[in-house]
Design a protein around this ligand. Structure first.
Ligand SMILES: C[S@@+](CC[C@H](N)C(=O)[O-])C[C@H]1O[C@@H](n2cnc3c(N)ncnc32)[C@H](O)[C@@H]1O
Ligand SMILES: [Zn+2]
Length: 438
């Protein structure tokens, strides 16, 4: 093997699968501050950069299943209680409802502005300044239609909750630096803080999050947890979180082992890629939680094209099923059509003369008869075909936006990848349906 080949091979290995330990000054100072605040590492982890997931935590030694991978003292968690014990408690002393995320976001802006005077300086210094989730994107109009509504809802909620904070601070000045409060709590800073809470807060059972004197519009179950928020997500991770009251700590225990020098993951929950994109700004390839929602109207159209004689009765059946709220999970996934989708297609493809009791019996029997099943697969394939046309059109529209990557950054890249994932899912679903009616 020649030298150049060896050097190339080494370089490739380093960039492809070897994490790069990156104990930055900020990270080391965070660890130092946490130790001074009574935190003890429960296993040997180090901050590292991983090619596919970015910054995360790496095991310096093998971790066996059942080990605690992090234990954080309560006093290092930022909760509503922390905010209500701080100098900005007065912002929430009004007869209005606030959401937990709104309270924590406001606190982060305040603490960030205190700079070296903030108790949380070392934590704040380790936080990201940009995000790839739609919430951080000023313009989301370019998003594919099926994501646009959700993204606009999130952006709308950020604006609405921000204006409540602005109303509450009025034209007050900061006692600490004499600046106008409105120049500290800017919308831009609020969006940053909101994204920090969305992408990093952990679930804390409300009973450990007691607070007084504030009207919360939701459950008080969020906490920012320094260090714990450096763990990335994997669906193969299996963790148990708990609060050990006698020791005053929040603990994460892993049920799976991790090799030395591998990334240590936690599991953010059984989340589909559209949720991961919306809340965290990333997706995972071939996510088993993924499905593509299919509307009643799309199923109805495909069924009417297949059996035009049913058109009239199907309009009636559709109205009835919709009103009764039946078959609500009409979707497809990589392995085929959801049960609701199969049942809905079946109802639409039954001849007008079919009795309702026979239809019901067939739906709830173990499996459909061969000819009904073939019809379901044929109509299913035409639905998938139509969805593929729609999603490929959306992807072409994204690709045609030449300068979009510079304008919308990673959010654009992740949205394009998400569309590709869905196109892949639809293709795999089509193959399954083809095989099933062979
Ligand atoms: C709680 S933080 C985890 C630590 C974060 N990587 C950091 O450097 O601070 C969550 C964020 O990490 C990133 N992330 C987590 N899991 C990931 C994964 N499996 N793939 C890609 N990015 C991931 C996303 O940007 C997400 O919003
Ligand atoms: Zn100030």
């Amino acid at each position: 093997m020649g030298r150049i080949f060896r050097v190339r091979k080494r370089k490739k290995k380093n960039t492809l699968d070897h994490p790069r330990v990156n104990s930055t000054k900020e990270y080391l100072e965070l660890i130092d501050w946490m130790k001074k605040s009574g935190w003890k590492p429960s296993c040997k982890l180090v901050s590292a950069h991983f090619q596919n997931t970015g910054r995360g935590l790496m095991a310096k030694k093998k971790i066996v299943a059942g080990s605690a991978i992090a234990r954080i003292p309560y006093r290092l968690l930022i909760t509503v209680k922390t905010v209500l014990e701080s100098a900005i408690r007065w912002i929430f002393d009004v007869k209005r409802f606030f959401s937990t995320q709104q309270v924590l976001s406001t606190f982060l802006i305040w603490e960030a502005h205190l700079e070296h005077l903030s108790t949380w300086k070392n934590y704040i210094d380790c936080l990201p300044t940009t995000f790839s989730c739609p919430a951080f994107c000023d313009d989301v109009s370019w998003l594919p239609t099926f994501l646009l509504e959700k993204a606009e809802d999130v952006r709308g909620n950020i604006s609405k909750t921000y204006s409540v904070i602005r109303e509450s601070i009025q034209s007050k000045k900061c006692a600490h630096c004499s600046r106008e409060m409105s120049s500290i709590f800017t919308f831009q800073k609020y969006v940053w803080a909101w994204c920090i809470v969305s992408t990093r807060a952990v679930y804390l059972c409300p009973k450990f999050n007691a607070q007084n004197y504030i009207m919360l519009s939701d459950e008080n179950n969020l906490a920012l947890a320094p260090y714990i928020d450096l763990f990335n997500h994997s669906y193969t991770a299996d963790v148990k979180t708990c609060v050990i009251e006698s020791e005053g700590v929040y603990q994460i225990e892993t049920a799976v082992a991790f090799d030395k020098n591998s990334q240590v993951f936690i599991n953010y929950g059984p989340l589909s890629n559209d949720r991961l994109f919306m809340d965290y700004g990333f997706i995972i390839p071939t996510n088993v939680q993924d499905s593509v929602v299919i509307s009643y109207d799309v199923v109805l159209r495909a069924a009417n094209d297949y059996t035009p004689l049913n058109r009239h009765i199907n309009e009636y059946r559709c109205k009835f099923l919709r009103e009764k709220g039946l078959f609500t999970n009409v979707s497809c996934y990589a392995g085929g059509l959801s049960w609701d989708c199969q049942a809905l297609i079946y109802v639409f493809s039954c001849a007008a003369s079919c009795k309702i009791d026979d239809i019901k019996q067939n739906i709830f029997s173990d499996r459909f008869k061969k000819d009904s099943w073939e019809t379901i697969c044929d109509i299913g394939k035409s639905i998938i075909d139509a969805k593929l046309v729609e999603f490929e059109k959306e992807l072409r529209a994204l690709n045609e936006r030449g300068t979009a990557v510079e304008m919308f950054g990673d959010c654009f890249v992740v949205a394009s990848n998400l569309l590709r994932e869905y196109i892949d899912l639809l293709n795999r679903c089509y193959i399954c349906l083809n095989r099933k009616n062979d």
